[in-house]
Design a protein around this ligand. Sequence first.
Ligand code: NAP
Length: 321
Amino acid sequence: MSRVAVFGAGGFIGTATTVALREAGHEVVACRALRLRVDAATLERPTWAPARDQIARLAGELDDVEVVVNAAGIATAGAARTPMLVGGNAAWPRLLADACARAGVPRLVHVSTAAVQGRAHVLDESLRYAPLTPYARSKTLGEQLLRDAAARGRVAVTLYRPPSVHGSGRRMTAAFAAFCRRYPLVTCGDGDQPVPVALIGNVGAVIAAILTAEHAPFVVAHPYEGHTVRSLYETFAPGRRLHTTPPALVRGLLDATAPTGQWLAPLGALCRRADLLLLGQAQRPGWLRHRDFELPLGRPAWHELAAATRHAELPLSSHVP
Ligand SMILES: NC(=O)c1ccc[n+]([C@@H]2O[C@H](COP(=O)([O-])OP(=O)(O)OC[C@H]3O[C@@H](n4cnc5c(N)ncnc54)[C@H](OP(=O)(O)O)[C@@H]3O)[C@@H](O)[C@H]2O)c1
């Protein structure tokens, strides 16, 4: 059992993390993240470092803490590149890592996102980045700043990359379910291409598994949950027809819109969602698979979630990291 400080403990992923860690016997201390505003150009300078007084104050909150989990950040896929976005997703985790080093906390687990690899043909646990949106770029910058902090050797950092996370009562899940019911369902080919999605209960379980391991690698990807585009649509909209479109046409359109999506955040987020649901994205088996980790929730939990959202009437949203 460890004493674990969870930042962002009241958020979507933070709540699931807290539940899973308590179930695993850890003592959880809920902590609130500082709200930082920093522009990206400042953060990208090699000389940038968090303010010493902020490091010291934050370190003071980490007395007797053995592990820190950072589930705090801005989870808005369509967010514009503002100092708030960059501060929350890049400067904040780096400040936290420096505070861990100062307080003698040996481990930090940071919730990043699969979106840092953008349209990569296959997701993996490498440091190959291809962020498509300002949101993904801010998360990438956060990973890079944490890599620099980890290189100093005073805190072992693990970056955990979940894909879009679904859960009951989550606006993004209700919006996806509403989309499946209202609009023609289109994909490429037969729809049997894998699609990376996660259930919130599994996300909490993965974070608990990372903590349980004595050593975890620098990057841990969320394991593939077994969905194809077809199975995801069939889960949320059983019986609806799937229309197919040629992959070459889709790739051409996505290639043409990608440069605009880099700065027009809502378009970038929309293209990423279209990309996933049309072309899908495969995933290389990662560290958890090699450790024979099994996700606690499978297809029945997906069906329960879909059933719970079936009667929800919510507007479509771009809140899909
Ligand atoms: N939801 C997904 O599908 C998904 C997928 C992949 C990755 N992620 C990543 O997971 C993390 C948590 O996402 P979530 O869905 O749990 O989001 P959430 O429900 O909005 O919770 C995020 C938490 O972050 C803290 N926070 C809010 N504004 C902040 C700011 N400006 N700077 C720093 N912290 C701030 C808040 O906690 P406190 O008030 O306690 O500080 C908030 O409860 C994010 O970094 C996101 O990028 C999410």
